[in-house]
Design a binder for this molecule. Structure first.
Ligand code: NAD
Ligand code: ZN
Length: 257
């Protein structure tokens, strides 16, 4: 048996015995759906790095440019569908008595695969809020217009600008989601999938779960700063790895990768 199949077997055995399972997902989980990751070769939009556009100063200086980027990303994601990784992770909500998916993704594909109650650390591409925080507007609301006819789009309550409902560099994570993620790090098996494990505090949940006794697993075709800290590193794309784990859990092993 090859080493990767053996690693999948080890993780599947742990999962089969687990009551509390938590999965942290990043952009790599959506890669097989055609959503570009930030740090991959398609992560650059025009000549900009994400850090240059995903911050409040950039938005204040050039809201139209920043909105062009988000409008393009919304168009890309609108054409994509959930992949096997999203489907397996949605199905696990019925398998494990205690289960959580913490995501850094803003694309909404976990939800489209049927998973409720995703812990969203970085907000959503499909939510917006009033840039001025006008009193008449709710704190944030869903808007799935693709593409927006005019950029920057306008607040229906005050006529000012709206901004994307995502967490930008330099901004705090939503407090409620941080509390839920912290609680979810208390688990039997913790899987980090498709994230470069660079962006904190998200990357810290792995270490937290491990300190609390979890069996830790990484799913990523490439090595990351997390690789040396996990019990098992599965070097496969997330859709392949999760489908393999699910097949083992169902007792119907597919051919080894
Ligand atoms: P990242 O772009 O920094 O890293 C992606 C990781 O996924 C890399 O380690 C890469 O090796 C791995 N990867 C690539 N293809 C994969 C596959 N098929 N299966 C498994 N892993 C694969 O992404 P990140 O760590 O999530 O970065 C953090 C920030 O990027 C987050 O703030 C997030 O909001 C934002 N982001 C989100 C999306 C999205 O919502 N889909 C897309 C791009 C960036
Ligand atoms: Zn407003």
């Amino acid at each position: 048996m090859d080493a990767e199949a053996e690693r999948l077997d080890r993780v599947a055995a742990r999962l089969a015995a687990a009551r509390r399972v938590t999965v942290l997902t990043g952009a790599g989980v959506s890669a097989a759906s055609g959503v570009p990751t930030f740090r991959g070769p398609e992560g650059l939009w025009r000549r900009y790095r994400p850090e240059e556009l995903a911050n409040a100063d950039a938005f204040a200086a050039n809201p139209r440019l920043v909105w062009e980027w988000y409008d393009w990303r919304r168009q890309v994601v609108a054409r994509c569908s959930p992949n096997a990784a999203h489907r397996v992770l949605a199905g696990w909500a019925r398998r494990f008595p205690s289960y959580a998916v913490i995501t850094q993704n803003v694309d909404g594909l976990h939800e489209r695969a049927g998973l409720d109650d995703v812990i969203r650390l970085h907000g959503s591409l499909w939510e917006v809020l009033c840039w001025d925080g006008c009193a008449a507007s709710p704190p944030r609301w869903r808007d799935e217009t693709v593409p927006f006819p005019d950029l920057p789009p306008r607040c229906p309550h005050c006529g000012g600008m709206i901004r994307p409902g995502v967490v930008w560099f330099g901004e705090a994570l939503p407090a409620r989601e941080v509390v839920r993620a912290d609680a979810a790090a208390d688990c039997d098996v913790f899987i980090t999938a498709g994230t470069s494990a660079i962006v904190y505090p998200a990357a810290g949940y792995l270490h937290l779960s491990r300190a609390r006794g979890a069996f830790t697993v990484e799913v990523n075709p490439a090595d990351t700063p997390a690789t040396e800290h996990v019990e098992v590193a599965i070097r496969l794309p997330a859709d392949v790895a999760l489908a393999e784990l699910e097949a083992r859990l169902q007792g119907t092993r597919t051919t080894a990768p």
